[in-house]
Each structure stands twice: as C-alpha cells, then as structure tokens.
Ligand binder design. Structure first.
Ligand code: SAH
Length: 390
C-alpha cells in the first residue's frame, strides 16, 4: 500500500489522528487523492491506516491503528458503534447527530437523523468518493425514508470539494415536524432539510435548551441569536412569563413564529441585529440567553471575536433585573473555556456587578470530544446569576 513517513515529534505521536503537510518526511508509492494509505514513523514502524488528500492542509487523517480498507463492513461497524454510543448516552437516535467525523473514527463523515430522514455530509474527499456505499449502510441500519447528501459546508473548499445537495435514497422530503424531548410534552419544530435557508436544528444545544427551560418558569426571557427558537420555545413551554427572541435572519424569525404557533405558545420574535438590539433595549429581563454563531474561525481574528463577546456580555448583564440570570454560549473552538469565562468576568467588572456560576455546559454527547484531538471541542456555555448589589 502507498503511504507516508511521518516526521518525529508530529502530533500523531501525541494521540492526534491528523497529519499536516509540514509533518511529512516522505511520500511513497504514489497514492492518489482520496486513497487509503499506510502511515509509518521515521523508523519504518507502522502507525496505521489513513485517508489521503494532498490538496488539503491535513494531508492524512488516520482511520485505524491497524491495516484497514474503506468498505461496507468498516462503515457498518463504525456507524453502528456511533449509534450505540448515542443510545448508551441516553440520546434518542431519531433526533441526533449519529456520526461526527473524527469523534466517531470517520473523518469527514457527518450524519444527522431527523425522524425518518437522514442527512449525510462528506467533508473529506475519501468519504465523498464512498458516499453511495455509506448511504447504503445508513439505509440498512436505519431504514429511513430518505438520505440526503447535504454538502454545503465552507469546509468543503479546503478538500477541493464542490457544494452539492442531492438525494442518495428516497424522495425529496417536504417540510415536516419533529419533536424534541427538551421539556415535558416536547417542543415541535418544523424542519425543511432541502430549503437553502433553513436546515435542521442545532442538535448540539438540545441539552442546554432543557437545562435553561428549567430556570424559566415565571421569568421574562430574552433569547438572542434565537435561530428557529430552540431556547425561546423551551422556555415558553416551561412557563416563562414572557419570551422575546432576536435573530438577524428573516427566515429564522419566520421559523420561530411558525414554531411558536405549532407549540401553542406566544413568542415576541424580532428580526434585528442582536448587537443593536442589546444596545437600544430599554426593557429588563430575568433571563438573558446569548448563543451567537462563531465569531472566529481562526486564531488571527480571535481578539476581534473576544471584543464581540465582551460587548454582548456587558450589554446582556446590564439588561438583567435583580438576581437575573445570564446564559451565554460560545461555539468557537479558538476561544477556549478559560478565555471565554475570563471575558464574562471582565464584562461583569465593567458592569460593576458580581456573578455566581450556577451551571456550566458543553456540547451534547452526540458531538463527542476526543481530548487527544482538541479540535473536536468547540461548544461551551456558562449560566451565571447576578448577586444582589454589593
Ligand atoms: N440558539 C439557537 C442557535 C443559534 S445559531 C439554538 O439553540 O437553536 C446562531 C444564530 O445567530 C443564527 O440563527 C444566525 O442567523 C444568528 N445571527 C448571526 N449574527 C447575528 C446578529 N448579528 N444578530 C442577530 N442574530 C445573528
């Protein structure tokens, strides 16, 4: 088998599964992009099997410490193990991320399940080349009505892949309803997996919706960056006194309003830039939720991103009434847990208020973190309560 020899001190010797171009000592046997290759150390000892794409910065991603080919058996075994992990974590596999790339030993493969419909993303060349086989395995394991290939991530370009949205099994599904078990009685969402604007849900936040809804009874709630209303709907169903939801996207606000109707609750959904909304808002709230998109995809813009977080934290804290609660989330891998918490502290200092931490959140267990691959950890959240003035 063709392969590469990896330089000493590369990250793979510390438990990572990626090989960067700068870590390659030598390539042998002329592998083709998308091939399965063998990895060796500088003393010619085997390090396992990887998928190969010299067009990407990450030239090789290890799939096994042994010799392994990409075939139906392999996909069946790994996808089966991933589903079993969700089940044993108490997650209903019918509304979950069933496969999450490196975290499930399937680099570049992402599988989301929404009831009878399955969405596949193939973000590495090798997985893309095997998409039909993967879809067959998904059909045999899950018997879904449809399998959609939804390759529209900005990450595709790094692997030289094109945007492509197509059916791999079954008919195109129209909009349909799923029920998330986030609060008693469930929260219904209308899902449209093929409409360009809307996709599925933020599955990684479903546990956070549950946790925050438990704090919402009788409260005036503000959900900033609400998307389709995940937090807002859960809080309204849990008995919030009032719920305001803000998002800058028109389709997101329309979806929040439709979902509110579907669930028989009232949400004041406002299309607005959340920064401006927070700046000009004159109301006070008992619970403010901040769940923005990632403000930075790289280290270079981290400082700007932290300024953004600081601004919304400061303004969010100022809108809180006595012993009000701030729930704030960060989905940027580069802003670490420590940095993010420090940012909240710094905002509270400027606001001359003291905060007590009442909960700390991470990504749901269907987005598992591998500590040896730090890139798998991205989502953190803190729930903090204002202490009486002092
Ligand atoms: N809280 C949601 C997920 C939020 S995703 C949930 O739990 O399901 C981030 C959202 O922020 C997206 O819907 C996006 O449209 C919105 N957004 C991005 N920039 C924004 C801005 N400046 N002001 C308001 N909303 C913004």
């Amino acid at each position: 088998m063709a392969g590469i020899i990896i330089k000493p001190r590369s990250r793979i010797f510390h438990g990572h599964d990626w090989v960067y171009a700068s870590e390659i000592q030598k390539t042998f046997g002329n592998p083709n992009p998308g091939d399965v290759i063998t990895l060796k150390d500088f003393r010619d000892r085997p390090l396992g099997t990887a998928i190969y794409n010299p067009e990407s910065q990450i030239v090789a991603r290890r799939i096994s410490r042994r010799t392994q080919s990409l075939n139906k058996d392999f996909f069946e075994r790994r996808i089966g193990q991933a589903i079993a992990q969700r089940e044993s974590s108490g997650i209903d596999p019918r509304l979950a991320r069933l496969v999450w790339s490196e975290s499930d030993g399937l680099p570049g493969m992402v599988v989301d399940c929404y009831g009878d419909h399955v969405v596949l993303q193939t973000l590495t060349l090798a997985m893309y080349l095997h998409r039909e086989e993967i879809a067959e395995v998904l059909v045999s394991l899950l018997s879904p009505e449809s399998v959609i290939l939804r390759n529209d991530s900005p990450m595709l370009a790094a692997e030289g892949l094109e945007v492509e949205i197509t059916m791999l099994h079954g008919e195109k599904p129209g909009p349909f309803i799923v029920e998330a078990p986030t609060v008693e009685g469930g929260v219904k969402f209308e899902i449209d997996l093929l409409d360009g604007q809307k996709t599925g849900l933020y599955l990684d936040q479903l546990d956070a919706h549950t946790a925050i809804a438990k704090l919402a009874k009788g409260k005036r709630v503000l959900d900033c960056f609400c998307n389709q209303g995940g937090f807002a709907l859960a809080c309204a169903k849990a008995g919030a006194a009032s719920v305001t939801a803000v998002d800058s996207s028109e389709p997101a606000i329309a979806a929040t309003l439709r979902n509110a109707e579907l669930n028989g609750v009232v949400i004041n959904a406002v299309k607005h830039n959340a920064f401006d909304f927070l700046k000009h808002c004159e109301d006070q709230y008992d619970l403010v939720i901040l769940d923005p998109p990632s403000f930075t995809k790289n280290k270079k813009t981290l400082n700007n991103a932290m300024r953004g977080y600081k601004e919304i934290h400061l303004r969010g804290i100022k809108l809180l009434d006595r012993d009000g609660i701030l729930a704030t989330y960060c989905c940027s891998h580069h802003a670490t847990r420590e940095l993010f918490l420090q940012n909240i502290v710094s905002a509270s200092v400027d606001a001359k208020r003291s905060l007590r931490m009442i909960a700390s959140h991470g990504q749901r267990l269907d987005h598992p973190v591998l500590p040896a691959i730090p890139e798998t950890e991205y989502l953190k959240g803190f729930v903090l309560q204002l202490m009486p003035s002092r």
